[in-house]
Design a protein around this ligand. Sequence first.
Ligand SMILES: [Zn+2]
Length: 280
Amino acid sequence: MPPGAMGWVLPHFEAVTSLQIAVFAVAGLVIGSFLNVVIYRLPRMILAHELPDLPNQAPAFNLNTPSSHCPHCQYRLAWFELVPVLSYLGALGHCRHCQHRIAWRYPFVELLTSVLFSLCLFKFGLGLPAVLACFFSAILLALAWTDAETFLLPDALTQALLWVGLVASAMSLSLTPLVESLAGAVFGYGILWVVSWLFQALTGKEGMGQGDLKLLAGLGAWVGIWSLLPLILLASVSGLIFGVIQKMRGQLGDNGHFAFGPFLAISGFACFFLGISMGV
Ligand SMILES: [Zn+2]
């Protein structure tokens, strides 16, 4: 592999076979399809559990049942309507029964997961580390999208991120040694806890959700303690720019809140993938 940016970021880019790329890309489409289910159902399951008396609750469901249906007309989808991306294109982005538009999120998440899985293969080559990196990418995508849509970062996802990250380090299947991974998780949670405590003490308002703390703990387990500071800086600066732009466009809610999870997730992915750290 010749030296250069591609060789540094994606060292296995030329070594992997077309078949391996195809397998990872298709697996990405299928898992992406499942992530769409998670993104749609998990927050509704949490809200139904925590606020059972709320009117207009979605019908009771879990990640398995009922089978996939149009959220508008409840029509149950046939197998050929569940093929990632192709079904969306085939139906021209509309439900075949009520003609209601299908959210562009569905094909987009499927395609994005497919691209992320392929990148993991190019980065790590065929093996368990690549599969774990796929898991990392998929969980982050689900968390970022769920937070952006609902302001929720489900424990089920942040805890899976944390524990799989620690186990991967313990088994030397990740680029981060276990000690740095553990320290990353502890300090990730601790730093944001201090920041949110200070913010609350100074302004009397709650600045950050518990989910953000747990997400940074999970990310810390993957990227290690030496990447935490660059990660937080990246997330804060990009989040701040986004917040200012939204405020200028008058699209920030009354309380001025916006989801911080997507910025943590994207910055965490960048640090993990590009190896951004303080170089200690
Ligand atoms: Zn429909």
